[in-house]
Design a protein around this ligand. Structure first.
Ligand code: ATR
Length: 278
């Protein structure tokens, strides 16, 4: 008699040493008494195909995917969810028992869940969203805001062409503002989102003028180091509801854990504390 295999999962990328996912996923495994392991794996682009072929044979039930493999895995998966296809990128792979690889993208889901849990009274339909940035994270944010019913997405990016590209892709609900006038987007917006790396430890400060912030606005930042960014601090001083970016990281991890280990994990203060601990 062979004993049942211990399920394994992990995160694949080329610089995963700094990833917070192992701490989060291993905490949930322990909390729910599941005898599994979650490991960081540095995998070079040339080895990605071989790795995806081998990992299920080694007992892996799935992986999270990070830079630079998020796009490449789409072409290697057997099934791709609509939201991953729309993003052209996946952050979660499920290695099914029948040998098929299922690719999903939970970034937008994580963003919206974080907003909903941090700002319980937030309603998509209330008014326009102002989104700073047009990179990979902005794509997920814009797609999910449109999906949940935001009437208009105002977009501004240092490199205007990237914002224009998102408008072309996501259509008439998106309006593009020039970066030098990015602060104007906030006027009359209901939701304000920073998706740029501005304000992150070690990066330039977020310096867009925020005079138009008013107390009924909900303001969120995907930057979570520091937790209280200048944008969030300014918004809080103005009386806005603020939601920090750590929750997006926590919520985007939920669907993967549930599919791999058969238990829907809870995102609560204990979970946050685990990630914030030294
Ligand atoms: P991610 O996948 O995390 O979104 P990304 O695709 O590199 O990463 O996007 C980073 C975002 O931060 C972009 O919107 C970028 O603007 P550009 O498209 O002009 O590069 C924005 N960003 C980074 N540094 C910036 C800076 N100093 N000033 C303004 N925007 C900046």
């Amino acid at each position: 008699m062979t004993s049942p295999r211990v399920p394994l999962a992990g995160v694949i990328g080329t610089s995963v040493g700094h990833s917070k996912s192992p701490r989060l996923q291993n905490y949930w495994l322990k909390r729910y008494g599941i005898p599994g392991h979650y490991v960081p794996m540095d995998i070079a682009p040339d080895d990605l195909g071989a790795a995806l072929n081998m990992l299920p044979k080694l007992g892996f039930v799935g992986v999270n995917v990070t830079i630079p493999h998020k796009e490449a895995v789409i072409g290697m998966a057997d099934l791709v969810t609509d939201r991953a296809a729309l993003m052209g990128a996946a952050n979660t792979l499920i290695f099914r028992k029948d040998g098929k690889i299922h690719a999903d993208n939970t970034d937008g889901y994580g963003f919206v869940e974080n907003l909903r849990s941090g700002a319980p009274n937030w309603k998509a339909s209330v008014g326009p969203a102002a989104v700073f940035g047009a990179g990979g994270a902005a794509r997920a944010v814009v797609a999910s805001l449109i999906e949940v019913g935001v009437p208009e997405v105002r977009l501004s990016n240092r490199t205007r062409a990237r914002a224009e590209a998102l408008r072309t892709e996501f259509g008439g609900k998106v309006t593009v503002y020039d970066w030098v006038q990015a602060g104007n987007m906030v006027d009359g917006a209901a939701t304000v989102v920073n998706t740029t790396s501005l304000g992150m430890v070690g990066k330039s400060e977020f310096r867009v003028p925020l005079d138009a912030l008013t107390p009924e606005m909900t303001v969120t930042d995907i930057v979570y180091t520091p937790l209280r960014t200048r944008l969030l601090q300014t918004a809080e001083d103005r009386g806005c509801v603020t939601v920090d970016g750590l929750g997006m990281l926590l919520h985007q991890a939920v669907p993967g854990f549930e599919r791999w280990f058969g238990q829907r994990p809870e995102v609560d203060d204990k979970t946050r504390a685990v990630l914030l601990g030294a």
